[in-house]
Each structure stands twice: as structure tokens, then as C-alpha cells.
Design a protein around this ligand. Structure first.
Ligand SMILES: Cc1cc2nc3c(=O)[nH]c(=O)nc-3n(C[C@H](O)[C@H](O)[C@H](O)COP(=O)(O)OP(=O)(O)OC[C@H]3O[C@@H](n4cnc5c(N)ncnc54)[C@H](O)[C@@H]3O)c2cc1C
Length: 392
């Protein structure tokens, strides 16, 4: 067993680090912004687009794609290295939805025209995506999705509401799953997957402000939105299978342990500087550091599987659940370590660590919900990993 990166991968990491040393916004690095709370900075989207295009010019967003679609046939560890470095430099620039979810789904199930139309924009960092799966009544239970698309001669006409749509207020395109058959049982056989231009008439995006006070996700309403038939991916009423693989990718896209480790380092430094290193705090920092290594290894395992052409399933659920819950524990520990200072908001004169910890803590409640909840992850691990029977 060899856990070392190859010399080429190590050289790539160095190249990315040198690039970010020059290009990553210093104020983001200084105030320890992570990709989970970038939306706390009003200018983040302009900064994101600027850096995304520079990453795209270097071919770094798509290195692990096949050459015929603009990649370099590199291993997915290059994506991982890029994301680890972006996390280390607290830099925006990687569209987790477009590059992390939509591109793999298109490579897997898109037809040639769809790949040619959409992959270059993602690779160049020029086109931003959102995904609309969740509805007000259906998040975990995606099989029961109600937003309906009626078939007409050349298009499907969509009506209904989606919710919790991250970045819908910036997105150029949308990966959308809708019901196209209301009669079929089981219900998951009546779903279809579409690519939707967000400039299409009939789409309304309303902000939903999260607990930390930031605008990250939205409700999206569809009022007679017409989607050309050629925008269907994977076939009529075959959307379920695509969404399941999409979720398998989604659960592996974010290098959460890399974010967690920057917080652990900062908290250790804060504890040292402020004489807070009693035995309990030391032990907890040590435990979180060990947990971070476990999360890293789980993530490396799914990346390795992807490199072998295997779509990780219960392995990605395990990685997602473990690393997101770890980041929740790190934020909670941060609140305890900071004590009453944790009540100070960003901008207050005496606020420690730029107010990042309370912001991260408030945002952290969503970690065990987004990308599928921790309960659903445990269910996937029980069924697919342990071969246990379904509960219901
Ligand atoms: C920060 C954030 C960003 C998001 N971004 C997006 C996005 O971009 N696009 C999108 O489509 N959605 C997005 N979501 C929505 C997210 O995918 C859903 O919140 C999630 O799937 C849960 O669905 P729900 O909120 O309807 O809760 P429910 O499914 O109603 O679940 C409520 C509770 O019941 C539990 N539960 C439900 N079913 C079971 C079961 N079978 N067994 C055990 N427990 C169960 C859940 O684990 C949860 O604790 C986002 C959510 C967050 C927090």
C-alpha cells in the first residue's frame, strides 16, 4: 500500500500553490473564508469568476477528464490536489456543482451534442451551474418529486417549485429533475433529467437567507418554462438513475477535511496564544486532528475508486457523512474554545479569528442536510455497505 503522491502530482501541487500565492485574494486568506461561507463576502462571485477563468485557462478544472472532451486523462487526484490547495489558500474559483457534479454526470450519460455544448464552458470556468432537485415537500424522498413537465411537440413545459437551490441567483445553467409520468409505480420511474438555460422565460429565483445571515440558496419557481427536447439527459423517465450517480459524485466533490484542518490549526494557535491549552482542550484538538486524517483517507479512497472507473456508492456516503459531521464538531469546538468571544460578530473590534467561527458554526447545521442528509448516508452505508435490509 502506497499513500504517497507521484512526483508529477507533487509538482502539480507546487505549481497550484505558486499560482494561488499570487492570485488567491489575500483578504479571503487572511479572514479564513472557506467555500462554505464565501457568500458572507459580497464580492465573492466576481472573485470566483475571475479565478475560475484563470484555472480554466491552465486546464486545471478538467485535467481528469478524457482528452476528447478537453481533459488530460489525468487521475482524479489532480482534482483533489487542486481543491486541497484552494482550501488551504481560502480561495474561490471551483464550481462544485458544474465541475463537481454536472460534468461527471454528462461524461457518464450525456450525448455527444450535450458534451460538446456544455463541457467546454465548465472546463474554462466560464459557465456556472445550479442543481434543482429538492422541493418544499421532497428532499430525502426524491422519488416523490412533484414539479411536472408536460410533453409538447418539441419541448417539455415545466411548472412548480424547487427550493434550497444553491447559487441559482448566479447560475447560467441548471441541472433539473422533474416528474414526467404521474401514473407509474414505483414513482421513481416517472422522473426525467434536463439541462435548463436559466435565461429561459418563466423562471423566478427568490432568495432564502441562511441562519448565518448569508444569501447562498434560493427558491426557484417555474411558470410554463419550455425546455427543448434535446436538453433531456439519459432518456425519458430514466432520470432517477442519473440522479443517483450524480449524488454519488456530489458526496465526493468537496475536500471538507482540508477546510477542517485549516480551522484546527487556527484554533490550536488561538489556544496557544491565549493560554487556553488545558488538558481537555489539548485532547480535543488532538482528537479532531485524528478525525481529520480519517476523513482525508476516506476521501482519498473514493478518489482512488473514481480513478479506477468505479462509481463509489456507500463509500462516498461514508466519506461525506464523516467529513461534514467532522466540520460540525470543529465549529462547535471553536465556539467552546472562544467562550464568550464566540458571541462577537465579524467586524467587531475584539472579534477573534475575524468572526469566522460563529459564522462557520451557524452555517454548519446545514452540513448534515446538504448533499443528502447524514441519516440517508447511514441508510446507504447500512444497505449497500453492510447488506442490511431496508427499514421500510
Ligand atoms: C446548505 C444547503 C445547500 C443545499 N443546496 C441544494 C441545492 O443546491 N439543490 C438542491 O436540490 N437541494 C439543496 N439542498 C437541499 C438538501 O438536499 C435537502 O435539505 C436534503 O436532501 C434534505 O431534504 P429536506 O430538507 O426536504 O428534509 P427531509 O427529507 O424532509 O428530512 C427531514 C429529516 O428527516 C430525516 N429523514 C428523511 N427521510 C429519512 C429516512 N428515510 N430515514 C431516516 N431519516 C430520514 C432527514 O435525515 C432529516 O433529518 C441544500 C441544503 C442545504 C442545507
Amino acid at each position: 500500500m502506497n499513500f504517497a503522491f507521484t512526483p508529477e502530482e507533487a509538482a502539480f501541487r507546487k505549481e497550484v500553490a505558486e499560482f494561488l500565492e499570487k492570485e488567491a485574494p489575500p483578504e479571503y486568506r487572511e479572514s479564513r473564508v472557506t467555500f462554505f461561507d464565501m457568500s458572507s463576502h459580497e464580492d465573492w462571485i466576481e472573485t470566483h469568476r475571475k479565478i475560475a477563468e484563470k484555472l480554466g485557462e491552465r486546464g486545471w478544472i478538467s485535467m481528469h477528464w478524457p482528452r476528447e472532451y478537453g481533459g488530460q486523462d489525468a487521475s482524479p487526484f489532480y482534482r483533489l490536489i487542486l481543491r486541497e490547495e484552494l482550501s488551504r489558500y481560502h480561495s474561490p474559483g471551483y464550481d462544485s456543482i458544474g465541475a463537481g457534479i454536472v460534468a461527471p454526470a454528462l461524461l457518464l450519460k450525456g450525448n455527444e451534442e450535450q458534451k460538446k455544448q456544455h463541457l467546454p464552458g465548465i472546463a474554462q470556468g466560464k459557465v456556472m451551474w445550479c442543481e434543482t432537485l429538492s422541493e418544499p415537500g421532497h428532499g430525502s424522498d426524491l422519488a416523490s418529486i412533484e414539479v411536472f413537465a408536460r410533453e409538447e411537440a418539441n419541448c417539455f413545459v415545466v411548472n412548480g417549485q424547487k427550493t434550497w437551490t444553491t447559487n441559482a441567483h448566479f447560475a447560467d445553467w441548471n441541472a433539473l429533475i422533474v416528474r414526467t409520468d404521474r401514473e407509474v409505480t414505483p414513482k421513481y420511474r416517472g422522473l426525467t433529467f434536463f439541462l435548463l438555460d436559466m435565461k429561459t422565460p418563466g423562471i423566478t429565483v427568490n432568495p432564502v437567507i441562511n441562519m448565518a445571515g448569508h444569501h447562498e440558496f434560493n427558491e426557484v419557481f417555474f411558470d410554463d418554462v419550455r425546455i427543448p427536447k434535446e436538453n433531456m439527459v439519459g432518456g425519458l423517465n430514466k432520470g432517477w438513475y442519473l440522479v443517483m450517480s450524480l449524488l454519488d459524485y456530489e458526496r465526493t466533490t468537496d475536500t471538507v477535511y482540508a477546510v477542517a484542518s485549516t480551522y484546527i490549526e487556527d484554533l490550536a494557535e488561538y489556544a496557544r496564544e491565549n493560554n487556553l491549552l488545558n488538558p481537555l482542550m489539548r485532547n480535543r484538538l488532538a482528537q479532531l486532528t485524528a478525525d481529520c486524517e480519517v476523513a482525508r483517507m476516506l476521501h482519498y479512497r473514493v478518489t482512488w475508486m473514481q480513478g479506477k472507473g468505479i462509481v463509489p456508492n456507500h463509500e462516498s456516503a461514508m466519506s461525506k457523512m464523516y467529513s461534514f459531521e467532522l466540520l460540525q464538531r470543529v465549529s462547535e469546538f471553536g465556539m467552546q474554545l472562544l467562550g464568550q468571544y464566540s458571541q462577537l460578530a465579524e467586524g467587531s473590534a475584539r472579534v477573534p479569528m475575524y468572526g469566522r467561527i460563529p459564522s462557520c458554526y451557524l452555517r454548519s447545521f446545514g452540513y448534515s442536510l446538504e448533499q443528502g442528509t447524514s441519516e440517508i448516508d447511514r441508510d446507504v452505508i447500512a444497505q449497500r455497505g453492510l447488506d442490511l435490509p431496508r427499514l421500510r
